[in-house]
Design a protein around this ligand. Structure first.
Ligand code: G4P
Length: 540
């Protein structure tokens, strides 16, 4: 194994690999349902040139139930998007937008997807400010220290004033918001956006539902304000605010931005396309190029090393006729080519990647090559687990996917007492796939197991798959746990918590210790007893 100081094994393809990597931006949108993620995604495609006209996706959304938003866009527009990654290209930059399902689909998968992204685009509804799901997703960004770029949406509707939005972001998330754009008027008076970075005021002309790019006139600040159809008092207030924020972005500490401690904030309306031109122009430069990952020998790997990547998501086909499984791999280094032979984790056998595809929808287009930052969807021959490293050449291992703390718990047993063995086997398999956490029931007797998930829908998925794949009909019993924290493998801390107030210590099937608390008060007592630094929300 080479040392950190040794030169990376640069092959003859190194230069093209670095060149390709430089032109990629891999990001995920973090938002609360209804903030406008779907609308903004569609508009990114419109401004990115992937579609010529954006349509209202309203009726379809109502009709499609649990289907992915992007699948709906795909059906409507006939373009290639997927439930997991959407690719578009603008001005020579290839964007990989990773899906972070929300609503009922919110699960640990959503959180894990953020581990495969190099930055996050946080979309906030201007009337509602930072909401619950955004907070949860933001915590993962904070844990990873990745850049977060904010788009405050729906400025064409009455909402908070922009200064209020900034203080809302700061107080809810503890991140320093830095104005990168500023809205001129709001609600029905929303007429333009000041580009703080480029120091120009864009005035927009409304198009019906923003089906096409907005007609825009670009002015110097004073001239633009003079041209706006707004009252003098509104103009004056706007000029004062601009005076206040005009240097903020330019004075932002790049380190604060790169480590996710400061976020540039854009304002606009995804529906009417106001502010999108400014946002996209600067997003290209703000979104980082593919990051370099550190492997579990603490070596920072070079992007131009032979191919390696990690599995961040496994998607089983729920159709019993096609019980296949797809593994989503984030390319960390090198060039992936169709037909290459790869190794997985510690297994010695090589697996030939004959049919990698970029898409999950009905139309699976085959992928010939992929570079750092790209996502490859591979048929899972059974060897891939969540967090698996896939590599060519010298062995590599990335430990990048943490255990996320489950938020919902339920006790599970088999209705048929003779299928206890299958119950355990099936749940073990599903936990390896990252579908559910499985624990011994604290002080449990009999053959029950405790299940923990991030989203409640996962319990239904488990029930369905256990019946279909293991012929186990599950029986669920509610449990009263309020919250949980992973624990270090430290006997002293574990035994202290075993006797703590309303606290139950147990282990998952891989022997990871966890504490379950009956109430928020019990958690606060535990924090006093062993310190917050020993109660993990994320565990590597
Ligand atoms: P999501 O994917 O984050 O859940 O949000 P989505 O884009 O579907 O948008 C949610 C609703 O907000 C949609 O209304 C959409 O048209 C609207 N919306 C999105 N961006 C803007 C904006 O910039 N301005 C305004 N005024 N509205 C916006 P909807 O389809 O009518 O749904 P609903 O409100 O009936 O639920």
């Amino acid at each position: 194994m080479s040392t950190a100081a040794a030169p990376s094994p640069v092959g003859k393809n190194a230069a093209p690999i670095l060149e390709e990597a430089r032109n990629r931006r891999t990001f995920a949108i973090i938002s609360h349902p209804d903030a406008g993620k779907t609308t903004l995604t569609e508009k990114l495609l419109l401004y990115g040139g992937a579609i010529r006209e954006a349509g209202s996706i309203k009726q379809r959304k109502a009709a499609r139930h649990a289907a992915s938003d992007w699948m709906a866009i795909e059906q409507e527009r006939g373009i290639s998007v997927t439930s997991s990654v959407l690719r578009f290209e603008k001005d020579g930059i290839k964007y990989n937008l990773l899906d972070t399902p929300g609503h009922k689909d919110f699960s640990e998968d959503t959180l894990r997807t953020l581990v495969a992204a190099d930055c996050a685009l946080m979309v906030i509804d201007s009337a509602k400010g930072v909401e619950e799901q955004t907070e949860k997703l933001f915590e993962v960004c904070r844990m990873r220290g990745i850049p977060v770029i904010t788009f405050v949406n729906k400025y064409d509707r009455p909402g908070m004033d922009p200064l209020e939005v900034l203080s809302n972001i700061e107080s809810k998330l503890g991140i320093h918001p830095v104005a990168a754009a500023w809205p001129l008027g709001y609600g029905t008076d929303f007429q333009g956006v000041y580009d703080v970075i480029g120091r120009k005021l864009h005035l927009y002309i409304k198009a019906s539902h923003g089906a096409r790019e907005a007609d825009t006139e670009i002015f110097d600040l004073e001239e633009g304000v003079a041209n706006a159809q707004l009252s003098e008092s509104v103009k004056e207030a706007f000029m004062e605010e601009c005076e206040l924020i005009r240097d903020e972005f330019h004075e932002m500490d790049p380190d604060e931005y790169n480590t996710g401690k400061a976020t540039p904030v854009f304002f606009g309306s995804a529906l009417s396309n106001f502010g999108l031109d400014i946002f996209l122009e600067h997003f290209r430069n703000l979104a980082p190029q593919p990051q370099r990952y550190t492997d579990n020998t603490e070596q920072l790997r070079s992007l131009d090393e032979p191919f390696s990547g990690f599995v961040f998501k496994l998607q089983a086909n729920m159709n019993p006729e096609h019980r296949d499984c797809t593994a989503f791999v984030r390319v960390a280094t090198g060039k992936f080519e169709r037909g290459i032979e790869v190794k997985v984790d510690d297994l010695s056998k090589k697996i030939r990647m004959t049919s990698p595809h970029t898409l999950m929808a009905d139309d699976r287009s085959l992928l010939e090559v992929a570079y750092p930052g790209d996502i490859v969807a591979l048929f899972n021959p059974g060897e891939f687990k969540i967090g698996s490293t896939v590599y060519k050449g010298e062995k590599k291992k990335y430990d990048v996917i943490p255990l996320f703390t489950p938020e919902h718990f339920i006790k599970a047993s088999s209705k048929d007492p003779f299928r206890r063995k299958q119950l355990r086997e099936g749940l073990q398999q599903l936990s390896e796939e990252g579908v559910v956490h499985v624990f011994e029931v604290p002080n449990g007797v009999g053959n029950e197991l405790l299940l923990g998930t991030v989203g409640v829908l996962q319990f239904e998925v488990v029930q369905h798959r256990m019946l279909a794949e293991y012929k186990v009909e599950m029986h669920y019993t509610p449990v009263p746990y309020h919250t949980a924290r992973w624990l270090p493998e430290n006997e002293e801390i574990i035994s202290k918590l075993k006797t703590a107030f309303s606290t139950h210590v147990t282990f998952d099937l891989d022997e990871n210790p966890i504490a379950l608390f009956d109430s928020a008060y019990a958690l606060s007592q535990a924090i006093e007893k062993v310190g917050e630094e020993n109660l993990f929300k994320f565990k590597r």
